[in-house]
Design a binder for this molecule. Sequence first.
Ligand code: GBH
Length: 451
Amino acid sequence: MTQKFLWGVATSSYQIEGAVDEDGRTPSIWDTFCATPGAVSGGDTGAVACDHYHRMPQDVALMKELGVDVYRFSLAWPRIQPGGKGPGNPAGIAFYDRLVDELLAAGILPWITLYHWDLPQELEDAGGWPARDTAHRFADYAAIAYDALGDRVDQWTTMNEPWCSAMLGYVHGQHAPGRKDARAGMAAVHHLLLGHGLATKVIRDRAAAAGRADALEVGITLNLSHKIPASDSPADLAAARWDDGMSNRLYLDPLLRGRYPDDIAGKLAELGCPLPVREGDLELIGQPVDVLGVNYYTSRVVRAAPTGDNGWPASTTVARDVERTAMDWEVTPETLTDLLLRLERDYPGTVWYITENGAAYPDVADEHGYVDDADRERYLRTHIDAALAARARGVDLRGYFAWSLLDNFEWAYGYDRRFGIVRVDYETQERIPKRSARYYAERIAAEKAAR
Ligand code: GBH
């Protein structure tokens, strides 16, 4: 393979930055959610997190030691544009200015995600993602961000995992803003995708005007999960197809084929939760992307279950006899190969990146804070192998990002689930690379030497 392959690490703003009320940042829906009793395990919040906002140069130095090519991070919308409207906030933008410069000086490519779930609270108060206007607000924010950083950054991801925002945030209530309303959730799906389309256009137009169109790589990241029917029975096949439709095709099809999948869109309308599509929306959503990011953690064996009172297709998960992580997610690297092969088959011509992959384990630190995480090392090794196996079989995969650089705020689980390849001591904020970080650094060096 001559095509270059990038090795990276990923984080997100609310999970690591802390400093939630500094330099003009206003609250996001996650600040509000964390203050809701019972919403987050242990009452944890992102108020301090990894204090990355004050320790950024040290964290960039850590990445340089690991030898990564690229760092995927997200911008906090309420830092860049407090309250989600009006002009950019110079003090908030200054932090990302310094981060980008620090990365470039370290020889690391900055890869920006515009939205990793920290919506300004004011925009939620105005209706949040179920409101169409939020997509337009997002495009304005994208313009501010690109104008501030686009002279040095060519890698732009609009949204991280719209499935999580819509389903966990508005349907199941497990993530901010904690709503439980299927109709609102399906409106959120469409408006998140519309926001992606509008922002993509804003970025492309600005890059073209600046003469940077050729270097630009703009796209979106989806959490995709391979769905395996429990048997060949028509009921199990249909259950797996519905799950695949709701988790994967509902996003992939409009983005890469310019239309929602008929089976899913039809059923959602029948259930009283239509996708509020207007004329021209699908052209925006389906405009070409340079990159499709895949976040991969596990897969699922799906068995049909009787439909509940609400009429929604139902299923149960058939447990496999495999290792599980501290999230209780099954460790299934081989289905990463299967997923990538399927993506290449169904959506040919797409450039893919694994934008997140990693695992939480019950890390035990020794007296020096060192974690001998053979389990996480094995997880990374087997998943990298699985990704490269798909690449060897013709999938146009251009890079891999480990989730995450640091232990961090794991959303509804608070600090009690650790995904870092670097341990964070939350008392002292000391960073101590784990065995998995050493492994990852060696693997990157070996892969580069072999090329
Ligand atoms: C990502 O989301 C996020 O982007 C990131 O911020 C987060 O820290 C990281 O993952 C770790 O959680 O019920 O066994 O089928 C991941 C979203 C959604 C992953 C659902 C796995 C199903 C597991 N995920 N999911 S299972």
